[in-house]
Design a binder for this molecule. Structure first.
Ligand code: BGP
Length: 459
């Protein structure tokens, strides 16, 4: 059966500045990833940093042609804060503005709607030295950066996003030790979460003053959370995991308020962040106009079996334990469970609990190592990726049929790009990258994607 998508559906893909551009020659400042690299070059990054990455900086004119060849009518990039403001604050780089303006112009000229995101894990070094998202000064500098972007690129950007996955810096930087500053301190993490919510709302406030025709939103990584059983303890565990990891950002972004139960819990354990009544008013008055949904895997939890040591530092995991479902299907290269129905459950949640706000799938994708194994006549035959995309899209199609306001699908990613934990180990692209020659070759999935977009559906 042919599954047809609504007219004007956004077909595209996404990536970020740090992961794709490379340094280039506009005098880009250092970021937190350069700091991580200095500290431990081989910890995660497998001997590859972001100096060159996928070299989008130099190759964007040809790459935009490749977007066309692979069926893109839209594309999400991020604007590098450290490129615009090498010091994070202070003087803006005119070269950086010229670079992005030309790139955005070329995308528009080729019928590709640019979706621009303002923060994708890439804190400028100077800002990180001031405390990163823990610091109010950094929040203010970010808002100036956002303001500058709206003024400089407002005529060229189709939709704006304040953050990609604001949970990332909290989990990575303050809980699980894989982003700078690599500490385990949930209290500081909560402050980071609050400050990013506030920064997002402040950027939206400034955006509205520009009177642009575009919309502004946020991109969240959401994992529908399933209890191991219908047992009350397991269900309660799932409710807490959902509060901490999904509702914590969804509610303030879309409704302008934090879930009461989350606030109560943080208060009870002495983990409320510092804020003022004015902050809460800014958050209340500046909710998002569009929502990007990144979906990779569900979260499965059960009630804790091991007792919590009350002397240990408070963590969300005091309320639940992760649980691996027996017989689950998963991607062995990334370790993530593959559960396509999760994308449907997520869409239904947004329809029913978040006013069916304008939304789209802003990331979904499959990272696979050593894809040369699947090379035939010079092309990666990634039938597994085509299957992955189709299986998820079938559920997105069903959700749309049931009234969900889902306007597009962006795959992670376009050309193979650098990853925070695995550098170039796992490849996600529709287009293969030869890291030595920087040569690009469209994979079988890239051909499939073109057909999918041309026909606005698939069989
Ligand atoms: C998302 C990020 C992306 C990208 C993707 C794939 O969470 O927004 O930046 O990296 O995940 O994950 P990974 O690169 O860790 O395999």
């Amino acid at each position: 059966k042919f599954l047809k998508f609504p007219e004007g559906f956004w077909w595209g893909s996404a990536w970020s500045a740090e992961q794709a551009e490379g340094k280039g020659n506009t005098g880009k400042g250092r970021t937190q990833w350069d700091m991580s690299w200095d500290k431990e070059p081989n910890r995660f990054y497998r001997g590859v940093n972001t100096e060159t990455a996928t070299d989008f900086f130099h190759r964007y004119p040809q790459d935009i042609q490749l977007m066309k060849e692979t069926g893109h009518n839209s594309f999400r990039l991020s604007i590098s804060w450290a490129r615009l403001f090498p010091e994070g604050d202070g003087d803006v780089s005119q070269e950086a503005i010229a670079f992005y303006r030309d790139m955005l112009n070329q995308m528009n000229a080729n019928g590709i709607k640019p979706f621009a995101n303002l923060f994708h894990f890439d804190m400028p070094e100077r800002m990180m030295q001031k405390g990163g998202w823990e610091s109010r000064e950094v929040v203010d500098a970010y808002v100036r950066f956002a303001d500058t972007c709206f003024a400089a690129f407002g005529d060229l950007v189709f939709h704006w996003f304040t953050f990609n996955e604001p949970l990332g810096p909290v989990l990575g930087g303050y809980m699980e030790d894989f982003h700078y500053p690599n500490v385990v301190d949930f209290k500081r993490g909560v402050q980071v979460a609050f400050n990013t919510v506030l920064a997002s709302a402040k950027a939206i406030e400034v955006f509205k003053r520009h009177g642009l025709g575009s919309k502004i939103g946020i991109i969240l990584n959401l994992s529908p959370t399933y209890p191991r059983s219908e047992n009350g303890f397991d269900k309660q565990a799932a409710e807490y995991a959902d509060l901490f990891y999904n509702r914590s950002f969804l509610d303030p972004s879309v409704k302008g308020t934090f879930p009461q139960k989350l606030t109560d819990t943080l208060k009870q354990y002495g983990h409320l962040p510092t804020y003022t009544p004015e902050d809460l008013a800014v958050i209340r008055d500046n909710t998002v106009q569009i929502l990007g949904l990144n979906y990779y895997e569900p979260r499965r939890v059960k009630a804790r079996t091991a007792a919590v040591d009350p002397q240990s530092p408070f963590m969300p995991e005091w309320f639940f334990e992760s649980y691996v479902m027996p017989g689950r299907r998963f991607n062995p290269h990334r370790g993530w469970e593959i559960y396509e129905k999760g994308i449907y459950d997520l869409c239904i949640d947004i329809r029913d609990n978040y006013g069916n706000i304008d939304a789209f799938i802003s990331e979904n994708g499959m990272g696979v190592a050593d894809e040369e194994r699947f090379m035939q006549n010079g092309q990666v035959q990634d039938i597994y990726r085509i299957g992955y995309i189709k299986n998820h899209l079938a559920y997105v199609h069903q959700a749309i049929g049931e009234g969900c306001n889902i306007n597009g699908y962006h795959l992670w990613t376009f050309i193979d790009c650098w990853s925070w934990i695995n550098a170039y180990k796992n490849r996600y692209g529709l287009v293969a990258l030869d890291l030595n020659s920087q040569q690009r070759t469209v994979k079988l999935s890239g051909e499939f994607y073109k057909k999918l977009s041309d026909e606005n559906g698939f069989e």
